[in-house]
Design a protein around this ligand. Sequence first.
Ligand SMILES: Nc1ncnc2c1ncn2[C@@H]1O[C@H](COP(=O)(O)OP(=O)(O)O)[C@@H](O)[C@H]1O
Ligand SMILES: [Mg+2]
Length: 387
Amino acid sequence: MTQSPFARTPLAAGAAFADRRAELARLVETWTAPGSALVLYGPRRMGKSALLHEAARRVHRRKRPAVIVDLATAVDAPDAVRRLLVAVRSAVGHTWQSLIQAVAHRMHLSLTLSPSPDGTALPGLSFGIDPATASRATLFVDALAAVDHELGRRKLHLALGLDEFQRLLAWGGDDVEWALKSVLERHGRIAWVLAGSATTLIEDMVTNKDRALWKLAEHLRLGPVPAEEFAAWITARSAEAHQRIRLETAREIVRLAGPRTRDVIALAHATWRNTRLNRGVADAASSFDDLVRETSAPYEQSWQQLTQREQRILRLLASRPAVALSSERVRHDHSLGAASSVTVALAGLRKKGILCEADRTPAFDDPFFRRWVELGTADDLGPASVS
Ligand SMILES: Nc1ncnc2c1ncn2[C@@H]1O[C@H](COP(=O)(O)OP(=O)(O)O)[C@@H](O)[C@H]1O
Ligand SMILES: [Mg+2]
């Protein structure tokens, strides 16, 4: 059986990667101009990480080293430093050993190289780090500065992507932000792309003149892939996989799934599969509901962890997205309690990532979860509107 052309992969690449021509060009341009810096931000699932990796591949094709360090999955700053140095090693070629040793020396890290079992791969790298060094707020940024310095001594350049870079602040606070500024300001050997999903925080970092990154880096807010291009791409890609999704259906997929790239791909996948099962016909709306039913387990789980007030608010928002939760009438009719309690519940739902972080009016982050709530899958909790 032909594989779905929209199969869920961690990061779409090559032909599976849709559009983003302008954004790719912007990243490649930044990364091929040493010393330049771009902050890429936008909501989760929009496609920032996939874009970083696709752009890095293009930079590689120009025979320039590009590496991405993912801070989202680093447990702490020392772990992030280790990832940075492993990534840098893979990028700088034959001089890596002296460079990594020099960085380790500058950082007061003890470095151990252990040969790979079959002798062909690069040796393993492990670093010893004493507690005083490990707890330094600016540890990771110091490592960046040391790498930059050593690159300079060797007249090398590096394109570096830091994914979910705002985690640096969580590890080290304000000091990190200002230390980062001084590393970026230097006439560096590194070209930077700093990416992150914490839209409100990052927007403030780059547009507020009291913050370190103001005027220091260009910024690019990643929005949705343009609807018409995305629909045409879905149709073309499905046809290549021998099961064409009609253009009208593809448009419906894009409309129903909303702005996030991953949601569109997920719905395209479900529709492609149904089209195949139903001899060439399937509609986006019923595929959407199939997908909601298939993913109900995690939804059930997060639903159970909510307070009753949070559940009532979500029920209401699922069926009436424009409802005025601050209205006394609405709060009374739906047993939501005092306005201040509703405010607290909304803040909680945003913090949990169930409502969008950045939007002023409350809205579901995940369109499939919204539908799950609307369908009232959690029947044990009574009817959708408590009146
Ligand atoms: N341009 C694209 N074309 C096809 N799939 C994409 C595209 N951008 C992202 N995706 C897919 O969407 C999902 C989320 O993308 P990701 O880059 O992880 O988002 P973010 O980093 O913004 O949270 C991934 O599975 C990825 O493969
Ligand atoms: Mg990401």
